[in-house]
Design a protein around this ligand. Structure first.
Ligand SMILES: C[S@@+](CC[C@H](N)C(=O)[O-])C[C@H]1O[C@@H](n2cnc3c(N)ncnc32)[C@H](O)[C@@H]1O
Length: 217
């Protein structure tokens, strides 16, 4: 499918909000809300799932598991194998349990490690899609570390590019020093993606801002 057609199809899916919820999804969303665990928002998820439906990745790498919500959702779309990396032990314990309960435990490999130190665990695998959803200040490092494992025409999906609407905002000066640092990092990452000649990148202003980068030949 041509990239332009893919974008139209993807946008239609997001506009129609094609999401279907299981009881476990609803429970995980409620848990995330109650315990302030950041998980992908519905619009971003609709976009991610439609990209998976179109591109049918055999193997997906996720950086940032949290409670396993997006890993389970991605596993359900079309049978992809998921490798997901999480550094927070408490999150890992919760994710183990939810993945077990989801019935997708054979499809999802959960690695407890800082993603910047986990390369050796995954280096023998070729990934068709990489979903980056972890520490915002490290996005470029994740991209540089893991894209050598991306297959031809592979896709990188980076979430939170708008960071609650704060990236490229007029309100920059009003933010705390640490938030300004994150905003600068994310803005720098956006520029890095858009200037990267090896990838075609589109940044969607939906959900929390999602960048889709498609590897060129
Ligand atoms: C936004 S949450 C992930 C949400 C999940 N993808 C979802 O939508 O259901 C980010 C997670 O990344 C983890 N994380 C942050 N930096 C990391 C790193 N360097 N390595 C591994 N995990 C990291 C955090 O502990 C947190 O649980």
């Amino acid at each position: 499918m041509a990239v332009e057609q893919m974008i139209v199809t993807v946008m239609e899916a997001v506009a129609n909000n094609s999401l279907v919820w299981t009881d476990l999804d609803i429970e995980l969303k409620a848990y995330a809300k109650e315990h302030h665990v950041p998980i992908i928002v519905d619009e971003g998820l609709a976009l991610l799932e439609q990209i998976i439906r179109i591109s049918k990745p055999k193997h997906i790498l996720e950086i940032g598991t949290a409670i396993g919500y997006s890993a389970i959702r991605m596993a359900r779309v079309c049978g992809s194998q998921i490798t997901t990396i999480e550094r927070n032990h408490e999150m890992v314990e919760i994710a183990k349990n939810t993945i077990q309960r989801s019935g997708y435990e054979k499809q999802i490999r959960l690695i407890e490690c800082d993603a910047l130190e986990a390369f050796d665990f995954v280096k023998d695998t070729s990934f068709d899609l990489i979903f980056i959803d972890a520490a915002k200040a490290q996005y470029q490092k994740f991209f540089e570390l893991y894209t050598p494992l991306l297959s031809t025409h592979g896709i990188v999906v980076s979430d939170n590019m708008s960071f609650h609407g704060l990236v490229n905002t007029q309100d920059y000066e009003a933010q705390s020093r640490s938030v300004r640092g994150l905003i600068r990092k994310l803005a720098g990452y956006q520029e890095y993606l858009l200037k990267n000649l090896n990838y075609d990148t589109t940044i969607f202003e939906l959900g929390d801002g999602v960048a889709i980068s498609v590897k060129k030949d």
